[in-house]
Write a protein that binds this ligand. Sequence first.
Ligand code: PGA
Length: 255
Amino acid sequence: MNKAVRKAVIAGNWKMNKTPKEAKELLSAVAPLVKEADCEVIACVPFVDLQTAIETTDGTNIKIGAENCHWAESGAFTGEISAPMLKEMGVEYVVLGHSERRQYFGETDETVNKRTKAALRAGLKPIVCVGELLWERECNITEEVIARQIKLDLWDVSAEELKNIIIAYEPVWAIGTGKTATAEQAEEVCAFIRATLAKLYDPAAAEAVTIQYGGSMNDGNADELLGKTNVDGGLIGGASLVAEKFAAIVKAASK
Ligand code: PGA
């Protein structure tokens, strides 16, 4: 992290876990543990948990995010949720382009880009996820894959809008597998993302962007990962479901 120039952000990504009742319990347990945090703390939760999450965290330093949103403001899209709907509820962040959405739900860079622009238009802050498959890393094309995702996912996003975007680098082979990227691997790709943003925008705009690492980050490895200059936080799956583990990562980011 380089807290002198950008915000450290720890975000939980609950995925398809926790009912509203369980969400209330978990957030009530997390809130007192993270109240002294010297970083931004976010919980991204399932749609049906959002109302409870917003109410439970009212008056705390925990911000609430959704895990996806549609690109249209409204219309004939049965089962979908729009960015203005989330905004009106008091949601502040939204995870977009997570590899599970890309892998299981046909999400493409084109739809990630459309969703990103819709979220920005509605005043939400997107957490845009990028990351290579194991096979792509083994074929030595990690940088090509990441550069392509960054360019396409952020197409037509202005430098002004970039200020409201967080990038999450999540190597797909490290998600939910217990296999963490080494701190060096995480730093290498996060620095590459920043260099790509510097070319697309300008160096100052790139320096200001928060770039998280995600993929089996936990209370045991957070210190080392967050010790790297270009790793400005984490997008936490499994460990965000256990109050003490999530709080320990927030503590590591508060140093
Ligand atoms: P994980 O998930 O921490 O369980 O690996 C991270 C993510 O998918 O955001």
